[in-house]
Write a protein that binds this ligand. Structure first.
Ligand code: GLY
Ligand code: MN
Ligand code: MN
Length: 451
């Protein structure tokens, strides 16, 4: 969906930041068996995709910013002068008949910007030479044991050849330090894709609200959501869709989605469409009957107040911790008013008892990964937000069905409200505002209310 020039510009920016003494090795993750001989659908590692747009498995990108730029006449066959080297699956008519098309080494050069490209089977014989004589190797240790072994084998080989002028890198550097800082700040074209992901996700939440009734199964709403994602060109869900009705809404990572929705239940749906490798992340909570009960409404309005207050604080210079503190204090005050806690806000915030009912964070980075890359702290303190960063704001309140010492009417109520927010030069923009959120709008969107 993105022009190859976008990926080329990302590589250039990354290589500029790495400097001439560094080399980066960026690898796809292995395909995984689901059961028997069936694999999970392959989805490219976000770092590989970010830098290449390449979507096939078994791909390794090696970036050497200090290597001479390839001349226009070079066919890149020897790889000696290329700053951008790719290892990919070679063309193979028989395998392609069974498994699908491959770009091959020719495609890697012609369509994906590699100065040199080789069959993935040649990785071990070439990798050590490519990483030789660089001070830093930027590589994500610990994601793939097999690739870690290949990297350490290349380093071990270089250690033995140091006397002959081929040094191993002095340090292995995590991609968090450079690459993930680039991914953290979204460019206008990335924001445009996220907008589309959010727009499709809004349609899906609306469709689920319209379809839900007492008696509907949670999986039927998941199906409505999946259908809407795919129908509008999305790749599917960017993470496991949560459809939790009634008490299931109090289980944070409920993904069974297999219960019938009862009259009087709230339905909590946390679902985001992945579009062009970027995902939205939206949660809405709504009454299956089309009308909140007084207790449900009280909890909903409290969570909404906390969320809107946190959104209002989102601007350059603010921190995620400040947004969270706002939610903690607002929700804790509400918990005391509702009879879930006693004492004062300061006391309950200090002794952390509010965590019985609000036990997760308020925000995370959002982008190609739902919990996107990027450091949350700098030097041990929360980093200030900057224009181009995208975060979620998602306070919730969850009362376990068997919670002792709480008003009966509140037991088993779970509410979370989650929006995706772009930090702009002068404040913020809510990318998910097309998803109904105010009480009247939510009730009007519920199909049961109109029936
Ligand atoms: N859906 C995952 C999250 O909200 O963080
Ligand atoms: Mn989230
Ligand atoms: Mn979510």
């Amino acid at each position: 969906m993105l022009d190859p020039s976008v990926f080329a510009a990302r590589r250039e920016a990354y290589m500029r930041a790495l400097g001439p003494d560094a080399v980066a090795v960026v690898c796809s993750l292995p395909e995984r068996l689901r059961n028997g001989d069936s694999h999970y659908r392959f989805r490219q590692h976000s770092d590989v995709y970010y830098l290449t747009g390449f979507t096939e498995p078994e791909a390794v990108l090696v970036l050497r910013p200090g290597a001479p730029e390839p001349s226009a006449a070079s066919d890149g066959a020897d790889g000696g002068d290329a700053r951008v080297t790719m290892f990919v699956r070679p063309r193979d008519p028989e395998m392609e008949t069974w498994e699908g098309r491959r770009a091959g080494v020719e495609g890697a050069r012609e369509r994906y910007g590699a100065g040199a490209a080789f069959p993935i089977a040649e990785l071990d014989t070439r990798l050590w030479g490519l990483i030789a004589n660089h001070e830093e190797l930027h590589y994500s240790v610990g994601l793939d044991d097999e690739m870690d072994l290949r990297i350490t084998a290349a380093i071990a080989r270089l250690r033995k050849s140091e006397k002959r002028g081929r040094r191993p890198p002095r340090a292995i550097v995590d991609p968090r330090t450079v690459l993930h800082e680039h991914r953290l700040r979204k460019s206008p074209e990335e924001v445009a894709i996220l907008r589309k992901a959010c727009a499709i996700t809004a349609l899906a939440h609306r469709a689920a609200m319209a379809a839900g009734r007492p008696g509907t199964f949670e999986y039927e709403l998941e199906a409505v959501i999946d259908y809407t994602f795919r129908r509008h060109g999305g790749a599917g869900a960017g993470y496991g869709t949560i459809v939790g009705s009634g008490e299931n809404a109090t289980i944070l990572h409920y993904v069974e989605n297999n219960q019938a929705i009862a009259d009087g239940d709230l339905v909590l749906i946390d679902a985001g469409c992945e579009y062009a490798h970027y995902t939205a992340d939206i949660t809405r909570t709504w009454p299956a009957s089309g009308r909140f009960t007084p207790a449900q409404r009280a909890v909903y309005e409290l969570v909404l107040r906390a969320q809107e207050g946190a959104i209002a604080l989102a601007r350059p210079g603010a921190t995620i911790d400040q947004l969270h503190d706002h939610c903690v204090r607002t929700l804790t005050a509400g918990m005391i008013e509702l009879g879930l806690l006693s004492g004062t806000v300061d006391e309950r915030v200090a002794d952390l008892t509010y965590k019985r009912f609000f036990m997760h964070g308020t925000s995370h980075w959002l982008g190609m990964d739902v919990h996107d890359v990027g450091a949350y702290t700098h030097g041990g303190t929360a980093r200030p937000l900057e224009p181009g960063m995208v975060i979620t704001i998602e306070p919730g309140l969850y009362v376990a069905p068997d919670a002792p010492d709480v008003p009966d009417a509140l037991r088993g109520i779970g509410v979370r409200i989650e929006d995706d927010v772009l930090i702009t030069a002068d404040g913020h923009e809510v990318l998910t505002s097309a998803t109904p959120k105010q009480v009247a709008d939510v009730e009007a969107a519920c199909g049961a209310a109109a029936a």
